[in-house]
Design a protein. Structure first.
Length: 565
């Protein structure tokens, strides 16, 4: 995992206290090693244009060209890029903003190699904590014993306070006995449809709740205040800016977050651009839909889609499969919604002008979601709303062409392939993997791939994602030549997926995603030449500056300590 010297973004607090709608004089960024993809109609592959000078006025791109260009703007503010590489601001097309902000202040268990390592961290974290102890990031696939842990493991460290630890993918939680007691969970408790309570040989709950069974626990947890949500937004924004992300798609927001987002948008103090999806699981969905689509004047906030959940995740064996799991006989995963319910949610969304962005990981889930889209398009319309399937990880080869036919955008996270590859080989047969993480196949058929990270499931660093897309290797450069290397992307296509791909998926390809005339001047300066550095160095890239609408939002301070991205 790569390191970065994280700093406090340039006067971050004051930036967030002032409007991002201020108009500035003409600025000329010169002496840059600039690259930008170029938008072409129907999102066909376009070339990468190089430049050394970027001219900005009123937050938008006036022109790009060579250094002679600056002579045409004698009254402009000149900013020397000092030969550093300049790229368009990166777009993360799938993340969880408030979850990331929360995660930065909660117990972080990512990368823990054993139950003992987790309980050691828990003991230290709980020493000065009162009330509920919340953490995230455990992954039993990294342990010597890859079976699920138990409440007893946690009781040995903390038994008088409720402890809730989310699996790295967010599709399972691990709790201690205090939580089981508070929630009234017994051997007689039945999991809701679309969920599973892991029980021992005697039928007693072990402390693991998968997918919709999580609600048996989460309904008893204290809800965050709007101030908590706003603070988490700022923490997440600060982190994302430091990684070169200028726009992010927030995959599933509840009503409280919806209200905070709109309020912050109206005040003009959002830390970065956000494309928010309403949570299809929210009891307030109809209320939010009735309010209509939302967009502010300067494209910092856009709300015009609904996040729908079809199945679980591969790591917790919740991804819905056509054939059984290779490592759990008779088990096919979990569909969180029936096809009938999916069609109902799609219809509800389309009638209000909202697109549907549907989580589907397993091949059965992807097939059912495609069927549901197809049926609703015939009855209601909505095919032109740029609907998406989020993840699209395991898809049968026969279903991949249906994405193009139905105009469904595959919203994919390259780092999932390199995180999942060893586990996926255990969970799935070679036949099931034949359409797995098939980025190149989607591109070759003409689908637009929108790339993201799924933070905080994965680290938010987009250069990890770019590296994974280009190599399909881990940071040790294994396996040789890459895992299922036929699906590797070129550097050009990977950058396009992390810029114009996400912009297109949000109906913003004429606003952001490339540094072309009249688009917002969202860009980053980095310390490595993305197109020339050895591929093994890409994930080590440091962001030096992040600009949104021609305003500096983050500047790296080299005096700070290095921390994990």
């Amino acid at each position: 995992m790569s390191l970065i010297k994280i700093i406090k973004p340039l006067i971050f607090a004051s930036l967030c206290a002032s409007s991002h709608y201020a108009i500035a004089q003409t600025k000329v960024i010169y002496n840059a090693n600039g690259y930008t993809p170029l938008y072409k109609s129907k999102m066909q592959k376009g070339e990468i244009q190089q430049f050394s000078t970027l001219v900005i006025k009123d937050g938008k791109v006036v022109k790009i060209g060579d250094d002679k260009l600056k002579n045409s703007f004698p009254n402009a503010e000149l900013i020397d890029a000092k030969g550093n590489t300049l790229l368009p601001g990166l777009v993360d097309a799938h993340g969880h903003v408030i979850g990331l902000g929360n995660n930065l202040s909660q117990l972080d268990l990512r990368g823990a190699k054993s139950v003992n390592e987790i309980t050691d961290k828990l003991k230290k974290f709980a020493a000065n904590k009162q009330g509920w102890i919340i953490g995230r990031g455990w992954n039993q696939e990294l342990w010597h014993n890859t079976g699920f842990p138990t409440a007893t493991d946690l009781d040995n460290v903390v038994n008088n306070q409720p402890v809730v630890l989310s699996r790295v993918d967010g599709h399972a939680i691990w709790v201690n006995s205090k939580v089981l007691e508070l929630a009234g969970i017994t051997a007689q408790t039945v999991a809701p449809n679309g969920g599973e309570i892991i029980k021992d040989e005697f039928g007693n709950p072990t402390g693991i709740f998968i997918d919709k069974a999580e609600s048996l626990i989460t309904q008893h947890m204290p809800a965050p205040s709007k101030q908590n949500i706003s603070d988490s937004l700022d923490a997440a924004g600060e982190h994302l800016l430091s990684l070169g992300i200028t726009s992010t798609h927030d995959a599933g927001i509840d009503k409280a977050t919806w209200e905070v987002y709109k309020n912050r948008s109206e005040l003009g103090n959002l830390p970065l651009r956000i494309v928010a999806m309403l949570s299809g699981a929210s009891p307030d969905l109809k209320v939010m839909l009735k309010a209509g689509r939302y967009k502010d004047a300067n494209d910092f906030m856009s709300i015009r889609s609904v996040k729908v959940y079809a199945d679980g995740a591969l790591g917790s064996r919740g991804a819905a499969l056509i054939e059984e799991y290779a490592d759990r006989a008779g088990h096919h995963g979990l569909m969180l919604e029936t096809q009938e319910k999916l069609e109902e949610l799609f219809t509800l969304s389309f009638k209000r002008g909202f697109s549907a962005n549907t989580h589907a990981i397993g091949d059965k889930a992807n097939q059912i979601v495609l069927d549901a889209y197809q049926n609703v398009f015939k009855k209601t319309g909505g095919i032109l709303l740029r609907n998406r399937i989020e993840h699209a990880q395991i898809v049968t080869p026969d279903d991949i062409p249906r994405f193009k036919a139905l105009k469904i955008i595959p919203s994919m996270q390259p780092v999932h392939a390199t995180s999942d590859m060893h586990m996926a080989e255990q969970r799935l047969t070679d036949k099931q993997l034949s359409g797995a993480y098939a980025w190149q196949t989607f591109l070759q058929q003409g689908s637009v791939v929108a790339a993201g990270s799924d933070y905080p499931v994965e680290l938010a660093n987009p250069f990890d994602g770019l590296y994974s897309a280009i190599t399909r290797m881990d940071h040790s450069q294994l396996p040789d030549s890459g895992w299922r290397a036929s699906e590797i992307l070129s550097r050009e296509d990977a950058l396009r997926a992390f810029t114009l791909g996400g912009a297109y998926a949000a109906h913003q390809e004429f606003k952001i995603g490339s540094l072309e005339q009249s688009k917002w001047a969202d860009f980053i300066l980095i310390d490595k030449d993305y197109f020339k550095v050895p591929v093994s160095e890409i994930y080590k890239t440091n962001v030096l500056q992040t600009w949104i609408a021609g305003t500096l939002r983050y500047k790296k301070d080299t005096t700070e300590q290095t921390i994990d991205k």
